[in-house]
Ligand binder design. Structure first.
Ligand SMILES: [Fe+2]
Length: 438
């Protein structure tokens, strides 16, 4: 375990708020006042704009930051292709889209010396990274801190730790993410993942589409679900490192590498809106029914990547956090359903209220477009007979990446040893109870 990194992580301070125009300087006077690109930037720094949206997108969708750095990002040698390992990118064409309900156990332990990038293992996805549409579902496992620096031109990365803490050193500063948090690295932002525990494991949603934003609240009002102030952005922190640093760039599905003569994490000050952040899922303000029926799970949306069709997300990140169930005359677990959206679910800790067993932390399930699913037989029997007192559900933290298109598996996911071969059995034995009145 990296004790120094943990001390650093636990001492971090943050800027509060989602989508803000934040600013930060690691050295007083490094941030220009009143303009973005003065003739000579302060302290001999280079000014550089990083755009996460087209220049002309509306303000609500516009993302860009100005970085004041020791060297401009342009100061680098040519990139050369390197091995993609177990990382795959849309379009996914290795297998036929599968209508079956599928479930996996956790990834096996990583080989010694596996860093975060090497430990990324793609389950599947949809869309096309070159068209900036769709999403990929990855898992990761690692037992070694990165020495290299990574950036993803194909999309933003929503990292969901399930086991072990991470210290994320980004161009904008440092973030600390533990199981129960989500951390977001925007498209193109360079970062390094250092491990705070011997082995780390978790999930990643790679979002090729529009950046995640908070869902509209409609009649809920001005507060609730994930509150904007609970999103934390880093304060500026930089590395002043001369010497060889490997930088890996994911571009249109392939990994490319170059050896810089300096660290690109050399941003001394910045301001803007295209920023990494971390959010503690336990701060999610869970809303639900206080009369009857189980609400649709959209009520648990943390972040959403919108499309041109109102209400139709490219991908949503949804959390099933501790909450009270009080519905009267109600089947309280998730109902049986078929859905046009496709759902990948993972479990961060504990258990999930629709599955009695087999869905374990670090594992995951995929219920593709229109596949029929819902509670397993044991859960159905129990919930149908339960006495409906107010009940606290607080024995787990599950999440879902829900996407508009079916998730097509990679070959490695379809053939994985840890794919459960008998998942359908959880719905066996649901007996008929129909008895027409005479
Ligand atoms: Fe579902």
């Amino acid at each position: 375990m990296n004790g120094d990194a943990r001390k650093t992580a636990e001492a971090l301070t943050y800027l509060s708020g989602f989508g803000n125009e934040h600013s930060s300087e690691a050295v007083p006077g490094a941030l220009p006042i009143g303009r973005n690109s003065p003739q000579r930037a302060p302290l001999g720094l280079y000014a550089e704009q990083l755009s996460g949206s087209a220049f002309t997108e509306p303000r609500a969708y516009n993302r860009r930051s100005w970085l004041y750095r020791i060297r401009p990002s342009a100061a680098h040698p040519a990139f050369a292709r390197t091995d993609n390992g177990t990382l795959r990118t849309a379009p996914f064409t290795e297998t036929a889209p599968d209508p079956n309900r599928l479930r996996w156990n956790p990834l096996p332990e990583p080989e010694p010396g596996t860093d975060f990038v090497r430990g990324l293992w793609t389950l599947g996805g949809n869309g096309d990274a070159t068209q900036r549409t769709g999403t990929a579902v990855h898992l990761y496992h690692a037992n070694s801190s990165m020495r290299r620096v990574f950036s993803d031109a194909d999309g933003e990365l929503l990292i969901v730790p399930e086991r072990g803490g991470l210290l994320l050193r980004t161009e904008f500063g440092l973030l600390h993410a533990e199981p129960g948090h989500v951390a977001l690295i925007p498209r193109g932002v360079r970062f390094r993942v250092e491990l705070l525990d011997d082995v780390v494991r978790g999930y990643v949603c790679e979002n090729y589409g529009a950046p995640f934003q908070l869902p509209e609240l409609g009649p809920i009002g001005a507060n609730g679900l994930a509150n904007a102030r609970d999103f934390r952005a880093p304060v500026a922190a930089y590395e002043d490192v001369e010497g060889p640093v490997e930088v890996v760039n994911k571009f249109c599905g392939n990994l490319w590498t170059a050896t810089y003569d300096h660290s690109p994490l050399d941003v001394v000050a910045w301001h803007g809106t295209h920023l990494p952040y971390v959010y503690d899922l336990r701060r999610f303000n869970v809303l639900g029914s206080i009369s009857y029926d189980h609400p649709d799970p959209s009520i648990f949306t943390v972040l959403t990547s919108p499309t041109d069709t109102p209400g139709l997300a490219s991908v949503d990140c949804v959390v099933f956090a501790p909450r009270w169930l009080v519905g009267e005359d109600t089947f309280r677990p998730p109902y049986f359903h078929r859905n046009v959206m496709s759902e990948y679910m993972g479990l961060i800790e504990g258990a999930y209220d629709a599955k009695a067993e087999g869905f374990v932390p670090g594992g995951g399930s995929l219920h593709n477009m229109m596949s029929a699913h819902g509670p397993d037989r044991e859960t159905f029997d129990r919930a149908s007979a339960a006495e409906l007192r107010p009940q606290k559900v607080d024995d787990g933290l599950a999440f879902m990446f829900e996407t508009r298109w079916p998730v097509t598996l990679t070959a490695q996911a379809a053939r994985a040893e840890h794919l459960q071969r008998a998942y359908d059995d959880v719905w066996q034995g649901l007996e008929r109870h129909f008895g027409p009145l005479h």
